[in-house]
Design a protein around this ligand. Structure first.
Ligand code: BG6
Length: 480
């Protein structure tokens, strides 16, 4: 992760498998265009798209243009796009694309992005090896990394047969989000914060990834995934690792990843009884009707796939022993919100009895990952006037207000880092395996699905997981 001026990566090509898919269209191509506009792509090097469609270079350029115009984050600039488009090449991958790729790729070094479904990983890795392209290649691979512990191990072995771990970049785009990186600066750049960040002060922690969109047209794919594999095992566990990790010995990628691994390794295997799985039925969000999950194309009428999961877990580490962690994520919920909330212990004595303070929540620290990115601290204060009347108030840092700038897209940061060879924001083999290990008991014995209407806060049963207190309400302002 760069801490000084942004660097131009060394000369190399970039190959994107799945170049006309949804991820490429919405995220990768706009991010590459943005990097190109900022002069942050290698001076020499092509962007070679490959997919099953029968396109040629020109067709791919047109596809890229449309994707930048529709999904780019800034103003579309014809001149900047023309400069970017000069790098674009296309190799159809109908059968055996390896030899054709080998012909097109001119540089000895390249990054290969596997933006394809997991079932295509192995054939592509084989293809790279057969075409003599494994040497000189680094590989970027999208989650989910396997679908359980055993398959993750098999995938890691297959990757290692092609390239060593130092040339593998497992992407979890949450790590590319500004606010997620800021968590480290907030924690390790501020004396006051680190003092309270442990079991002595914190009574429990809630981590939430709530989405107000449904599964939409991804039904077929989602049937194979579900919320546990789509969000919990990766995005939420990464947020958990960053929340709980000890300060690394330096800001070196391996030192940082070592500390994350220690957290993931310390998660006590999650008991199925401490998990609630849900699935949304027809409902309404912001006044619009949303069909139920089972009504979607590609979803079976008696589908057992969860679109919501909530769980309680323990991190058996020196700093966090005894602190319950509550994690939840879901689709078609009442609002979109990703946040980490640390609830502090109550004061030892209520000196101001009868003033209402007993009913107020103890101090809370909230990290708002998205939307309305920021950090706030809630505490009690005395209302003005002759009587001692307490009220909850908050101090708030807002990205938008303080920096007056939009955070960059996660994929820009991550693609740039991979081209630079910086692993800090990517997931190492042991991280993904320890995350699966903690969740394996749940995969072995999935609790039954509880239904919840679209537009709600998820299944009511999730409340029973909380030992004392309640889930922070999603329908309310983040700090109410
Ligand atoms: C992806 C999941 O990794 O993250 C999607 O596969 C989810 O199901 C998306 O919608 C959420 O990302 P973001 O950046 O909008 O929070």
């Amino acid at each position: 992760m760069p801490t000084r001026a942004l660097r131009v990566p060394p000369d190399q090509d970039l190959v994107v498998f799945g170049a006309t898919g949804d991820l490429a269209r919405r995220k990768l191509i706009p991010a590459l265009y943005e990097l190109s506009s900022q002069g942050l792509l290698p001076r020499k090097g092509d962007v070679v798209g490959t997919a099953t469609g029968p396109l040629d270079d020109e067709g791919f350029r047109l596809f890229a243009k449309e994707s930048v115009m529709e999904f780019g984050r800034g103003q579309f600039e014809e001149r900047a796009f023309t400069a970017f488009a000069r790098r674009l090449r296309y190799v159809p991958a109908l059968t055996n694309p390896g030899p054709k790729l080998a012909k097109v790729l001119k540089l000895p070094r390249r990054v290969v992005y596997l933006a394809v479904p997991p079932s295509s990983f192995s054939p592509i890795l084989q293809e790279l090896k057969d075409a003599g392209l494994a040497r000189g290649s680094s590989i970027i691979i999208e989650k989910p990394f396997g679908h359980d512990l055993a398959s993750a191990k098999r995938l890691n072995q297959a990757l290692h047969r092609t390239v060593p771990e130092e040339r593998i970049y497992r992407i979890d785009h949450y790590l590319g989000k500004e606010t997620v990186q800021n968590l480290l600066v907030f924690r390790f750049g501020n004396t006051l914060v680190e003092r309270i960040w442990n079991r002595d002060v914190v009574s429990h922690v809630q981590l939430t990834v709530a989405e107000d969109i449904g599964v939409e047209n991804r039904g077929h794919l989602y049937e194979e995934t579900g919320a546990l594999r789509d969000i919990m095992q990766n995005h939420l566990f990464q947020l958990l690792a960053l929340t709980c990790m000890s300060p690394p010995s330096s800001f070196d990628p391996e030192a940082l990843r070592d500390e994350k691994v220690k957290v993931l390794q310390s998660i006590r295997p999650v008991a199925p009884a401490e998990v609630v799985r849900g699935q949304y039925t027809r409902g309404s969000i912001n006044g619009k009707t949303m069909p139920g999950y089972r009504e979607l194309e590609g979803v079976s009428a008696d589908s057992d796939t969860e679109t919501y999961i909530a769980l309680r877990l323990a991190v058996d580490s020196w700093a966090w022993a005894g602190v319950p962690f509550y994690l939840r994520c879901g689709k078609a919920l009442v609002t979109r919100r990703t946040e980490i909330m640390l609830f502090c212990r109550d004061v030892p004595l209520h000196l101001f009895e009868g003033t209402g303070i007993e009913a107020l929540q103890p101090n809370r620290v909230t990290i708002r990952i998205q939307p309305d990115e920021g950090i706030s601290f809630s505490f009690v204060a005395k209302e003005p006037g002759p009587l001692v009347v307490e009220q909850g108030v908050r101090m708030d840092f807002s990205y938008g207000k303080s920096f007056k700038t939009e955070p960059a897209e996660a994929y820009e940061r991550l693609l740039h880092d991979a081209l630079l060879g910086d692993h800090t924001l990517f997931i190492r083999q042991d991280e993904t395996e320890f995350a699966w290990q903690a969740l394996q008991p749940v995969l072995d014995q999935m609790p039954e699905i509880k239904l919840y209407p679209a537009g709600s806060e998820g299944p009511a049963e999730a409340q029973n997981l909380i030992l004392s207190g309640a889930w922070h309400r999603l329908g309310h302002h983040t700090d109410d």
